[in-house]
Write a protein that binds this ligand. Structure first.
Ligand code: GLN
Length: 475
């Protein structure tokens, strides 16, 4: 049994803060002790802020002040959180785990940060990730791999691997990640925590370092569904600074989930047998809890992965064009202006980032646009329509989050095999639907118990349906 305060859920910690059993400073110190013990080997944090205790003291003073004035305190006041390294915090480095931005200091707060600051959360530091959020295991970081706390020879999942490890190992009570095609959910599944990819537009993207603007969403990683819900309700909302953000009132209200759909043909492909056993057991449990499942077919799912990656490459090539060695980021002088671009980008970007820029430029080029990007856009629209229809019949789509438990470091060195792991996660980003991963037990590899996650996808705007079903899964 873990007894340190650093292993409390946010909800439990907030209760203790409220009755003055503990202070924000106690919580922050407990996390710092765990960080001191474990970060060296796990490499979850790229930087631990030096003013954590000072932030906690401000939170304690604020709580005392609120009490004096008879005002309620936000439940996140004084809660120590970890932040993925692609979220801007004014005055602090945000590198997207890239040499390109290694020394870049943000000049403003992302909207999600502003909201967390208003709530009074304490920021512990910035966490490791795949460079520019491109990958599935956090092995593409320019600053070393993050290790899985359940087996240090294995990856943390990615791209928000550092955030997931921080939450799983007591180095933070909760964290923010970002999810373009599974980057909150994959590491949550590998590390045994809860992770939410919100409805596209539910959370402002202002101040996130862009990867794929039409897919990206910031989302919480937490120890419980309640904690993920609390973080989500704090960061959500329409934002004048992000024209793709939407208000929660724009979606029709839905009742609590009553029926699950399982895309059986998709699940029949390439899933580890013991992950399948865990998934079936979870479905049995949900049926007993009053939510039965039925098989569904979504014909366009068979091309979802290809559609996702073509779109991803295209938008990555366009978004990363801004890193030209001149305006900001790494700058290396060549003989000519063209050399400046080429040498800076060759030195600043890692192999996977360069691969995607090249492929993205190719799929957008005049001769190949129709064959690739145009087709992907049409398939995406078709998939979106199929999802709208299916949510008239079922309330939740359930799949495993990942087809396997945490991979060993180096196991997926072939990029295609890495991409294939995203088979279940990318669809929610293609269609903009919200998706939640919740631990569904463990499987055994090399004598170690490794967590695996169950993924629930709901209709646009129906995060509350996800939280309701997520709370029912207790394995
Ligand atoms: N694994 C996916 C990719 O490499 C998703 C990444 C993400 O969600 N940022 O694109």
């Amino acid at each position: 049994m873990e007894t340190s305060l650093a292993h409390l859920s946010i909800t439990e910690a907030a209760k203790k803060l409220k009755v003055k059993e503990i202070t924000a400073l106690d919580l922050a110190r407990a996390c710092l002790v765990e960080i001191e013990k474990r970060n060296k080997s796990l490499n979850a944090y790229l930087e631990v802020y030096t003013d954590v205790e000072a932030q906690a003291k401000v939170a304690d003073a604020k709580r005392a002040q609120n009490e004096k004035e008879g005002k309620a305190s936000h439940p996140l006041l004084g809660i120590p959180l970890a932040l993925k390294d692609n979220i801007l915090v004014e005055g602090r480095v945000a590198s997207a785990a890239s040499k390109m931005l290694e020394h870049y200091t943000a000049t403003y707060d992302a909207t999600v940060i502003k909201k967390l600051k208003d709530a009074g959360a304490v920021f512990l530091g910035r966490t490791n990730m795949d460079e520019f959020a491109l990958g599935s295991t956090t092995e593409n970081s320019a600053f070393g791999v993050t290790r899985n706390p359940h087996d240090e020879t294995r990856t943390a999942g990615g791209t928000s691997g550092g955030s997931a490890v921080a939450v799983a190992s007591g180095m933070a009570l909760g964290a923010l990640g970002t999810d373009t095609g599974g980057s909150v959910r994959a590491p949550s599944s590998f590390c045994g925590v809860v992770g939410l990819k919100p409805t596209y537009g539910a959370v402002s993207r202002f101040g996130l370092i862009a990867a794929v603007s039409s897919f990206d969403q910031a989302g919480p990683l937490a120890r419980t569904v309640e904690d993920a819900e609390l973080l989500f309700t704090t960061i959500r909302g329409e934002d004048a600074l992000d024209s793709t953000s939407i208000s929660e009132t724009e979606y029709p209200a839905r009742t609590a989930p009553k029926k699950i759909g399982v895309p059986v043909s998709l699940i029949a492909q390439g899933l580890d047998a013991d992950v399948r056993v865990r998934f079936d057991a979870a479905l049995v449990q949900l049926t007993k809890a009053g939510i039965p499942w039925e098989p569904i077919e979504l014909p366009t799912l068979s091309v979802a992965l290809a559609t996702y990656y073509i779109t991803n490459f295209a938008e990555v090539s366009s978004n990363l064009a801004r890193f030209d060695g001149i305006r900001y980021g790494l700058s290396q002088k060549g003989e000519t202006l063209f050399d400046d671009y080429a040498t800076s980008r060759a030195a600043g970007f890692g192999a996977e980032t360069r691969r995607r820029i090249i492929l993205g430029t190719y799929v957008l080029s005049a001769g190949y646009y129709d064959a690739f990007y145009g087709k992907a856009t049409a398939a995406r629209e078709q998939l979106r329509r199929e999802f709208v229809e299916i949510f008239k019949k079922v309330d939740i789509i359930a799949t495993p989050t990942m087809p396997c438990p945490a991979t060993t470091i180096g196991e997926k060195s072939d990029p295609l095999s890495m991409y294939l792991m995203d088979i279940f996660t990318v669809t929610a980003n293609l269609t903009g639907n919200p998706a939640l991963t919740v631990p569904m037990g463990t499987v055994t590899r090399d004598g170690k118990n490794l967590p695996v996650g169950m993924q629930f996808t709901a209709a646009h705007g129906d995060e509350s349906g996800l939280f309701a079903i997520g709370k029912l899964l207790v394995l």
